[in-house]
Design a protein around this ligand. Sequence first.
Ligand code: FE2
Length: 275
Amino acid sequence: MSSPIAAGQPYSSEETQRIIEQFNRDGYYHLGPVLAADEVEALREAMARKVADPRILNDEAGDHIRGISLMRMFEYSEAFRDLVVREPFVSLAEAILGDNCHLMSQNALYTEPDSSKVPDGPGGWHLDDLIHFPLPDAVEQHDPCITMPCFVLQIFTPVSDVESIEYGPTQIVPGSHRAGRGPAEQDKPTFCGTGPISLFARAGDAYMFNNQIWHRGAPNASDRTRFMAGVTYSKRFISQRFYPFIDYRMPPHVMEGASPRLQRLLGRHEKGAYG
Ligand SMILES: [Fe+2]
């Protein structure tokens, strides 16, 4: 098997440290341009192929969540599989989550145009899955002198241009990963006086965020389908989310030609605490 996904270059240790400090403070980091045109094309083609596959969206039990989130892309596309070990993503993930971190999931987001939506309208704000460190109402935020641990790291690599608001950019509220609660309102939520910002991107750019940050995909009010590729990494102790879970068996082709590092990221761990 081979894919056009390049090995890439990790950041220097100094640059990695600088990025992580900013990431810990703000809850997100925009990496700028990373992927080359042929890498973008391979990822986008895989998403289009999966969306068009009648076994996927026509079947409620298929590899999707609500028709827009295409699950386990590493199974479907070698390019997506190789994205898991693309630099600088994998080294950043290991620096943030630990050397034994793994792929938690790999859901690609396919968002068709909806001209009925207002691009900066309310709705859709959330943090992912659950609140890791909840706070009582009387406490506004986790003390800023505490470095909030990141358990789940979302990296997005848009493979269509999302360069202005009508194309439905990812939006985040800086610093809200320390809120200890979800957003209280759906129309421009603010955290400690800071409102939402849009992470505009061209195809091939990348950005990442702590899954505790308040975020959403803004409505796609354009005439262009939005394609979001990426990788969700987590700490070793967070379970991988490969549907149908206990009954999941990774297809043998996924491990074919995989380096030891990629095998570990796919879940081939060494023994440790508890097992
Ligand atoms: Fe989310």
